[in-house]
Write a protein that binds this ligand. Structure first.
Ligand code: PLP
Length: 382
């Protein structure tokens, strides 16, 4: 049976180059990089090479890169590492549609004595700049704004956020969750002047268990994991060398036209579907304005769970909302924050792409979607 994997925002298939790099590492380069003999020092050298490759890919030349176990840990380190260095209680602003890796920190942030405020979004999921402006003052410690939303592909206006911070909240650090943006949407860390940026390996065809936090030099962070003092004292624990090398390989081998290829595929998918099923609704920004790899569509009145299983029967893997949320909640909090009514949110399917998808695969997906919507519509009672 044909298989079409369209859940790349949940995780990606490790590339052949990544698998080869990991295998080589596990068989030949498995030494502890902290040791003092030659093969161990070679491992350390390779780690440092990946550090600068990751930094370059984010436009963060000459900044610090701290390897973590995943994107979630990188987000947590950025938030609590920053707040531990702030003695006075202050405000922490979180975008309302952040991933749980950030939003779930709210309670603990408040327990530490700070006040959390959520920055609202508009109907396409874009941060409301006027409302952010009203929240800013010199008591703000930290502003967290993701680069790309994992459910809708909405790209946040980071330049405007940084400009507002510079003007109105000089004491605030900006943390950007770049887990869905890194390599797929351009970013210049240095030009933006942000303080930290989180990435995750398994979203870009590296292995699971590796993430990184890029930190502006001079931005003070306290570690959240204490121990042997690896990663410049900011993330203790023996380095995950295979993971780090897999991340380096993934960055190196990510196709330079990957984003353009996905954008083209995404646009064609939307146009083909829209022509065949005129009632469908796009959730999120206009096709050209969103990230190249994420498309969220409501196929009313067919509920997402029903559609998801119907497509699975055809070998097509998609998601209803984000993978992390889909087992827990029925309606996506992201779509709710954008003001979608329950029915529309309950019928939302997220397609998330990789650069290697073919036109034949797209035609197959369109064919199956049209078939299922047409077949299921008469049986859908609301
Ligand atoms: N941030 C965003 C936007 C994500 O999409 C995800 C994962 O889906 C994460 C953070 C967490 O990344 P990880 O799975 O590496 O912990």
């Amino acid at each position: 049976m044909t298989e079409v994997y369209l859940d790349n925002s949940a995780t990606t298939r490790p590339s052949q180059a990544v698998i080869a790099a990991v295998q080589k590492c596990l068989t030949e380069e498995w030494f502890n990089p902290s040791a003092l003999y030659r093969p161990a020092m070679m491992a350390q050298k390779q780690i440092d090479r990946v550090r600068s490759e990751v930094a370059s890919a984010a436009g963060a030349q000459n900044q610090q890169v701290i390897f973590t176990s995943c994107g979630t840990e990188a987000d947590n380190l950025a938030i609590f590492g920053c707040l531990r260095n702030r003695r006075k209680p202050g405000k922490v602003l979180l975008l309302q549609t952040e991933h749980p890796a950030v939003l779930s920190c709210a309670q603990e942030i408040e327990r530490l004595g700070h006040t959390v405020q959520l920055i609202p979004v508009d109907s396409v999921g874009r941060l409301k700049l006027d409302q952010l402006e009203a929240m800013l003052d010199e008591t703000v410690h930290l502003i967290c704004v993701m680069q790309v939303n994992n459910e809708t592909g909405t790209i946040q206006p980071l330049e405007e956020v940084a400009a507002l911070r510079n003007r109105l909240a000089p004491n605030a650090a900006i943390h950007v969750d770049g887990v869905q943006g890194f390599l797929r949407v351009p970013l210049s860390f240095n030009r933006l002047g942000i303080q930290s940026y989180a990435i995750s390996g398994h979203k870009i065809h590296a292995m699971k268990g590796i993430g990184a936090l890029i930190v502006q030099k001079g931005h003070r962070l306290a570690p959240i994991l204490l121990g042997g003092g690896q990663e410049n004292g900011l993330r203790s624990g023996t380095e995950n060398v295979p993971g780090i090398l897999s991340l380096g390989e993934a960055v190196r081998s990510y196709p330079s036209d990957g984003a353009a290829r996905m954008a083209k595929w995404k646009k064609a998918l939307w146009e083909q579907l829209n022509a065949a099923l005129p009632g469908i609704r796009l959730n999120g920004p206009a096709i050209e304005d969103g990230a190249p790899h994420i498309l969220n569509i409501s196929f009313q009145p067919v509920r997402s769970q029903t559609m998801l299983f119907a497509l699975e029967g055809d070998g097509i893997y998609v998601s209803a909302g984000s993978a992390c949320a889909s087992k827990k909640q029925k309606i996506s909090p992201v779509l709710s924050a954008m003001g979608l009514d329950t029915q529309r949110a309950d019928c939302a399917i997220r397609f998330s792409l990789s650069p290697d998808l073919t036109d034949e695969q797209r035609d197959y997906v369109v064919d199956r979607l049209v078939y299922h919507v047409t077949a299921l519509k008469p049986f859908t009672r609301r």
